[in-house]
Design a protein around this ligand. Structure first.
Ligand code: PYC
Length: 333
C-alpha cells in the first residue's frame, strides 16, 4: 500500500545535503515548533526514516519541511529532519531551505532580503541576497549560544585523556582542540574522526549534564566538533563535525560554528563584533560573526550569525510503499 508521496527539492549547503520536502507534510499538533517537533517524533517519524535513511538517503542526509509560522512576526517555520532525528536547529539546513524555497517561490518575504523563521530552538532572523532568481548567500542570526562546560577531561579508552569544552549553538557540541592525544584535524582525517567521535560523545554524555535552561526538550550532547588548521589563508579556523552515527558535516556546520564562536568568546579569544571564517573538512567556508552578547538562563551568551551559500541539485518525487521491505529505510552501522 502506498504510505506517502513526497515532492522534494534536493540541494547542498557548502557541500552538505539538504532535502527540502515540499509536499506530503503531516499535520503537526502544538503551538510552537518545539511542540510540533515532539509531535512529529512521536507520531510521524517513519517519514524521516524513509526520506533520510538508505536506500533513499545516506548517512549524511538531512532535510526540512516548511510550515506556516507559529508567531505573528515570522514568515515561515522549519522542521529539520536528519538521520539522527529532528534537530532543534540546523544552520546548513536553514541556508539550504531558504535558498531552495526562495528560488521555487515557496516563501514570500514581507520585506525583500529579510525573513524571520520559527524553528524548534527559537526564532531566526535571516538576510539574503537574490539576483536573477538565484540566491547568492544567506546570513542567519542564530539563537543565543553559550559555553556550557569548560575544560573537562574525558578518559577515552584506547585514545587517552582529552580535555574538551561543551558549547551550545542550537545543539550541544563537545569541542576538541588539538592536544597531546589529538594532533588536529589535518593530521587525523575522516577515518579517525568516525572511529573516535561516537566514544567521545558517549563518555561526554554520561559525564556532563546538558539541558537547555529555557526548553528542557533540548538536551543531550549530539555532536562532536574537532578543530584544526584551515586549508585557506582567509579562514580563521577549521572543523569537522560528527553527527548521527557515521556522518561528518561537509559544510562548516552552522550550529557548530555558533558553538565554536560562543566557546572562543567566553574564553576571551573572539570579540563582540568580530568575524570568524570557519572552514569545513572539504575546505568550504561560512562567515560567522558575534553580533551581540546576551544571556541564556544563568549563562553569559552570544548572538551569533552565520553566512553561507547553497545550490539546488535537482527535484524528485519520493514514494514510500509498504510492499517494499526497505520502505522505512535502513542504516548500515
Ligand atoms: O549546520 O547546524 C548545522 C548542522 C548540524 C548538523 C549538520 N549540520
Amino acid at each position: 500500500m502506498l504510505k506517502g508521496t513526497f515532492a522534494c527539492i534536493d540541494a547542498h549547503t557548502c557541500g552538505n545535503p539538504v532535502r527540502l520536502v515540499t509536499s506530503g507534510h503531516p499535520n503537526l499538533k502544538g503551538r510552537t515548533m518545539s511542540d510540533k517537533r515532539q509531535d512529529f517524533l512521536a507520531h510521524h517519524d517513519w517519514i524521516r526514516r524513509a526520506l533520510m535513511f538508505e536506500p533513499r538517503g545516506h548517512d549524511m542526509m538531512s532535510g526540512a519541511f516548511l510550515y506556516p509560522p507559529c508567531s505573528e512576526q515570522a514568515d515561515a517555520a522549519i522542521l529539520f529532519i536528519e538521520t539522527s532525528g529532528c534537530l532543534p536547529m540546523c544552520g546548513h539546513g536553514t541556508i539550504g531551505t531558504v535558498t531552495a524555497a526562495l528560488e521555487a517561490g515557496l516563501i514570500t518575504p514581507r520585506v525583500a532580503g529579510e525573513l524571520r523563521l520559527d524553528v524548534p530552538a527559537g526564532q531566526l532572523q535571516v538576510r539574503y541576497q537574490q539576483s536573477a532568481g538565484k540566491v547568492d548567500w544567506v546570513r542567519l542570526t542564530n539563537i543565543a549560544s553559550y559555553l556550557a562546560h569548560r575544560e573537562v577531561t574525558l578518559s577515552v579508552p584506547g585514545l587517552g585523556d582529552l580535555t574538551v569544552d561543551v558549547a551550545y549553538g542550537g545543539n550541544y557540541y563537545v569541542i576538541v582542540d588539538p592536544q597531546r592525544h589529538y594532533p588536529g584535524l589535518r593530521h587525523w582525517g575522516a577515518e579517525k574522526i568516525l572511529r573516535w567521535s561516537p566514544l567521545v560523545r558517549q563518555i561526554a554524555q554520561q559525564t556532563l549534564d546538558c539541558v537547555h535552561p529555557l526548553d528542557a526538550t533540548v538536551q543531550g550532547i549530539s555532536h562532536v566538533l574537532w578543530t584544526g588548521e584551515p586549508l585557506h589563508g582567509d579562514s580563521d579556523g577549521a572543523n569537522a563535525v560528527f553527527y548521527g552515527e557515521k556522518a561528518i558535516d561537509r559544510s562548516p556546520c552552522g550550529t557548530g560554528t555558533s558553538a565554536r564562536m560562543a566557546q572562543l568568546h567566553a574564553k576571551g579569544l573572539l570579540d563582540t563584533g568580530e568575524q570568524y571564517v570557519h572552514e569545513s573538512i572539504i575546505g568550504s567556508q561560512f562567515i560567522g560573526r558575534v553580533e551581540a552578547t546576551t544571556e541564556v538562563g544563568p549563562y553569559p551568551a552570544i548572538q551569533p550569525s552565520i553566512q553561507g551559500w547553497a545550490r539546488v541539485t535537482g527535484h524528485n518525487t519520493i514514494t514510500v510503499d509498504d510492499d517494499d521491505p526497505y520502505a522505512f529505510g535502513f542504516q548500515v552501522l
